[in-house]
Design a protein around this ligand. Structure first.
Ligand SMILES: N[C@@H](CCC(=O)N[C@@H](CS)C(=O)NCC(=O)O)C(=O)O
Length: 201
C-alpha cells in the first residue's frame, strides 16, 4: 500500500500525524498539487475527490478523504484516537467537525481565494476570501474558550480532534495567517501537543 500525498498540506499532515501517533509506517508518494499533478486523468482515477491524500491499497482499491483514511487504519489497529467510550467518541467527532467546518474550511477558502494559487482550476472570489478570513478569526476565541474548559479538545485525553486542530494551526503558520490576539489556552495546548513524540519528529 502507499499514500499519495503533498506532505505539508493540512489533510495530508492530519493522516501523517495520526499514523505517527498510531506507530504505523506507510510508504508515501509525493504529488505536486501546485503544478496540478492531481488534475491528471491518472490521479483522478485514484482519487474520488481529486484531492490528496489518497490511500492506494495493494489490490488497487483506493480511499481518499483524510478522515476516512484514518478511520480505515483505526478499524484495523484501534488506538483510541477516535475516542473509547460512546461519549468520548461523540465528543471527538463533534470537535473534529467543528474544527473542520469553522476553522479549516474558512482557512482554506481564505487562502485560496485571496492568494489565487489555484486560479488555474477554480474561480477565485476576493470578497469570499476576505469573509472567510474574518470567519476564521471569529472562530479562534471559541477554541480558546473550549481549551479553557479541558486540557484537550474532546476532554482529558489527546485525540484526533487535537490532530485536526494542530493541522489548522500548522496551516495558518505556513500561509502566515497571524492571530489577531494572543490566546493563552491555545498556546498552552500547542506546547503540550508539540511535546508529544509523534509531533517532535
Ligand atoms: N476533505 C478532503 C480535502 C482534501 C483537500 O482539500 N486536499 C487538498 C490539499 S489539503 C488538495 O488536494 N488540493 C489540491 C486542489 O485543490 O487542487 C480531505 O479531508 O482529505
Amino acid at each position: 500500500m502507499k499514500i499519495h500525498q503533498t506532505a505539508p498540506t493540512p489533510n495530508c499532515l492530519r493522516v501523517s500525524l495520526y499514523l505517527a501517533e498510531a506507530g504505523l509506517e506507510v510508504p508515501r508518494q509525493e504529488v505536486n498539487i501546485r503544478d496540478g499533478e492531481n488534475l491528471s486523468d491518472e490521479f483522478r482515477r485514484l482519487s474520488a475527490n481529486g484531492h490528496v491524500p489518497v490511500l492506494e491499497l495493494d489490490d488497487g482499491d483506493t480511499i481518499c478523504e483524510s478522515l476516512a483514511i484514518c478511520r480505515y487504519f483505526e478499524a484495523l489497529n484501534p488506538t483510541g484516537l477516535f475516542g473509547t467510550s460512546p461519549l468520548e467518541q461523540a465528543k471527538v467527532e463533534m470537535w473534529t467537525r467543528i474544527i473542520e467546518h469553522q476553522g479549516l474550511i474558512p482557512a482554506f477558502q481564505a487562502f485560496r481565494n485571496l492568494s489565487g494559487v489555484y486560479a488555474d482550476r477554480e474561480r477565485c472570489v476576493e470578497a469570499w476570501g476576505e469573509e472567510s478570513r474574518k470567519r476564521l478569526d471569529e472562530f479562534l476565541p471559541k477554541l480558546e474558550a473550549r481549551l479553557g474548559e479541558s486540557p484537550y479538545l474532546a476532554g482529558d485525553r489527546f485525540t484526533l480532534a487535537d490532530i485536526t486542530a494542530w493541522a489548522l494551526f500548522a496551516f495558518m503558520d505556513r500561509v502566515k495567517f497571524s492571530m489577531a490576539q494572543t490566546f493563552p489556552n491555545i498556546e498552552r495546548w500547542r506546547a503540550a501537543v508539540a511535546a508529544r513524540p509523534a509531533f517532535r519528529e
